[in-house]
Design a protein around this ligand. Sequence first.
Ligand code: SF4
Length: 405
Amino acid sequence: MAEIENRDLYRLPWSLPDNGISWLEPTSACNLACDGCYRENVKESHKTMDQVKTELDLFQRLRKSDCISIAGGDPLMYPEIIPLVREIKRRGLKPIINTNGGKLTRELLHELKTAGVFGFTFHVDSRQGRAGEWRGKNEVELNALRLQYAEMLASEGGIACSFNSTVYEDTLQYVPEMAAWAGRHIDIVHTMVFIAFRHVVPQMPFDWYAGGKQVDWSDIAYHSDRERKVDILSTDVLRKIREESPDFTPSGFLNGTEKADSYKWLLAVRFGNGKNVFGYAGPKFLEAMMAGYHFAKDRYLSYASPGLMRLGKTALLLSPLDRGTRKTATRYLAAALRNPLLFFRRLNIQTVMFIQPIDFLEDGTQVMCDSCPDITVHEGKLVWSCRLEERKAYGTWLRTVPVKN
Ligand code: SF4
């Protein structure tokens, strides 16, 4: 039997015009060169504030959105990051900074907080070519760096803290311990994201075309010259986590454009206090959160505030609506009856997510995330950020056609 069934999960309600997230890239410049990056690192690529404002205008004209993920490149390389955060906040959107963290200082963090930053997503993994004491560290050893960032945010206060990490064939083994680490720091780590590695690689049995013109695969920005595994699925990551945490239970997903049962985004919501994870919310919990937030704010929730993520006990009141929450509440109450001190400890909420980017079907069809949250703007159009280099280099999406034998 399959690990999960899509019909048992809540399909996240996001769509092209009404989504939780939009993705803004003020620069393509970066101070690291991560293995799995899908953006070409271009030094002199900072957009002007006017260009960025025009992109924000386009998002706001075409799409309801809860947050703007400020990405790149590394957005902390962008000289006008403070006015940009202020501008996004002024527009009533949540500014989220997606960074490797290398340029973050306490002073800059404070300035960003004052400007209105809502949250950070730190990309930390072992294939980023970090210098100094982090060079050569594996994913588990890098938990110490993750903790530094989480503690820095916590000491500033009121800022959502997320991490993402690219998962490669040989780093999949570390996922359970990374998830467990996040669970131990559930009070200051609000979201943990695992993204399966994707690249164009020599073993792909396809010819590549821009319109009618064939393109050499080795000219594509995101390619590797050697054979590598590029088909890790969200369910592979789930299976790995369940080796250590058999109870781990996702409740929501985004399907693929061509496959209803592919889990492009797979989301679990768990309740814990740092010592124990008491359980996982079910699909009705997510549905209530999304529908309630949309009813109140006219847009779907993406990042929740640290204050909201601390309200685990209040959230258990949704037990009558949701089986997963009910099971969690039962376990929590049983534990608290054995140890009443638990009632005085905070119960936190944390999301753990797996992202499975582009997949290829045998006939060359490319399966994208249905209702891509990370959609960005290029030449006045909304485009998938993970494939932006194709638009930049060829002016169109590349098609894949099975190689004729
Ligand atoms: S389509 Fe690409 S950019 Fe969009 S959500 Fe999926 S992986 Fe991210």
